[in-house]
Design a protein around this ligand. Sequence first.
Ligand code: AMP
Ligand code: MG
Length: 487
Amino acid sequence: MSGSLQATVTLQNHFAREMPQMALPWRAEDFPDRRMVVLNEPLATELGLDPAFLRDEDGLRFLTGALDLEGATPVAQAYAGHQFGGYSPRLGDGRALLLGEIADAGGRLRDIHLKGSGPTPFSRSGDGMAAQGPMLREYIVSEAMHALGIPTTRSLAVVATGQKVYRETVLPGAVLARVASSHLRVGSFQYAAARGDLELLRRLVDHALDRHHPELLQAENRPLALLHAVLSAQASLVAQWMHVGFVHGVMNTDNMTISGETIDYGPCAFVDAYDPAAVYSSIDLAGRYAYRNQPAMAGWNLARFAEALLPAIHDDREQAIALAQDALNTFVPQYSAAWTSGFLAKLGLRDDLEEAVAVPLLEDLLTLMQGSRVDFTSFFRRLGQAARGRPEPAREIFIDLAGFDAWAERWQALAPDADAMDAVNPIYIPRNHLVEEALAAADEGDLEPLTRLVDAVTRPYTERTGLERYAEPAPESFGKYRTFCGT
Ligand code: AMP
Ligand code: MG
């Protein structure tokens, strides 16, 4: 790392200055009784921020939006979005603020964003607040995703506000300080497009390229180049979700980034007993965002993104549609290639294995796993032992033993690499029951379970003694898991 840690903060305001039509200057609510719940010290250091400063009174004020910084322009961002298929022309940051951007140790711009920082003109009927539990949940899961090597927004800190938040019950309030390579969403482009202002749309394209793909500013057709880049990033991202059994839960277009980072950990969960129809969100009654639907829903969102870009892609609408359609057609093959190659890696197999062998091998395995309701995460780790000649730990979790044996014989014949498997198959993920346990304890003032869980899931591939229960599926008594939106 170059440079020294800062006892003050320098925030830039690129988004606020370059996109003023989509940035409403606003102030966070003042929370006099703020108190640190959890600070991500490695991330602070990566951002050039001194953890000791952040824990101090001024640091806590900074992390809740109450520190006035010269040159900073905190804004609520405007965006639109399709929520469960229905279009809302005006969503925006109803309980969040973009404080500004920080150049990190590598010189990259990172957004510093607050969630739960009080009402804004975009709050609609919401109170602008966040409860501590859901903010800690985002902290745990986003840091786990990062440790798994999956692109994601990061969590810098959760600060308790000292105020009560009224949901089904009365809960402690908190602010999450989130770090992202940007907060541009598909819904940001839908918002710009809906204003019918082509100059605004083009400026947003250039802003996004400058932020994420500066080399593409030279492209002949910049909006089309952006579309291609986002298609690739999202194809890769959603494939990686599938490889770890992650169900995002609320893949609305306002929750899909242009950067290709996972964002907005609301009703998300990890699949335990493998079921492609797994869905956890209490409001997703139709299973729109179920595990198996995620690639199709990503494709649907990206079609909305392409639509928003049409006027910028070409003056002639027919030609714009043809170009956008050609781009969209690349999504499925890119996703499929990423899906296959990631699952082959989980099986310790080379990714140049013939597709005619690879795809049936994977599909047959998933069918067997579903039939026996096998725990998704621990199965792949146990299979690593099978590659070392000890099939029993993997085998014993199947009901259909003959089916597993026949499959394992086909797989073994391909000479799987056990060490390679252990490097990509996590032992520790934020299992739903462990997350709930940590959040409940934190609400009672006990941060120990949270600390231990974060420690486990941020080193997910290294087996450690004492962490056995973090590798186990939920006890039977945990029952069917439900998650809640709008928390
Ligand atoms: P989400 O699906 O959680 O990303 O949120 C969708 C929209 O609802 C965004 O515009 C949020 O800012 C807004 N929202 C969610 N919760 C609240 C709240 N408690 N108060 C105000 N706005 C909210
Ligand atoms: Mg959102």
